[in-house]
Design a protein around this ligand. Sequence first.
Ligand code: FE2
Length: 248
Amino acid sequence: MGWFGSWLSSWFSFGLSYGLSLVVGLAVVLAAPLQVAAEFSLPPLPYAANGLEPSIDARTMTIHHDRHHAAYVANLNAQIPTFPSLASVDLTTLQGSISNYSPAVRNNGGGHYNHSLFWTVMAPGGQGGQPSEALGQAITAAFGSQEAMEQQFNQAAASRFGSGWAWLIVKPDGALAITSTPNQDNPLMDLPGVERGTPILALDVWEHAYYLNYQNRRPDYISAWWDVVNWKEVNSLYAAAPSTKSGL
Ligand SMILES: [Fe+2]
């Protein structure tokens, strides 16, 4: 075999081993999802990343969804080997029994639920509609007026020290209330000190939700956020809440 023959032979064996590696690698990649199926998955944003501008900029939305929310999902799934029951529990149901789990499940399970809700209660400006008649009446009954409700909500969001969330909830007696929680806790969690109820509106006041555009001006972020509230979704959540008459 001359130099050309040996050159050809070496390339042939290289190609064969490389090809085999590709086949084996592909098989591993295809088989892997069957073995480590993630029980929780990242929902896509229901609008374009720039859909909430100018209230929330596209870069913030992309980082918030693609990195922060994705990390909560990945870290929650990483807890499944430790807590196999996670593989069969619904995300909302999980919140109500969170005291049975580790801080990692509480933080990441809360983060996954909270952000999944947060994306849906926002919509591009002008597309969110208005509170329904039923929700409007409940708001008036609980707070006196829409404006008073928003002021109380703003206060809860602005005064949450450090990281956390502001919520409009339907209490077990069917009345509306505003509350806030630290970190990734939420009003569904069976934890001491939590004012419990069904969340129908949520606002993320972690710095990662606004810092790129608003820096330390959290009140400006809160004020601009009302322009992108998806009242149509809030109306649906109110109607579906277990303790509202319309949800029975
Ligand atoms: Fe967040």
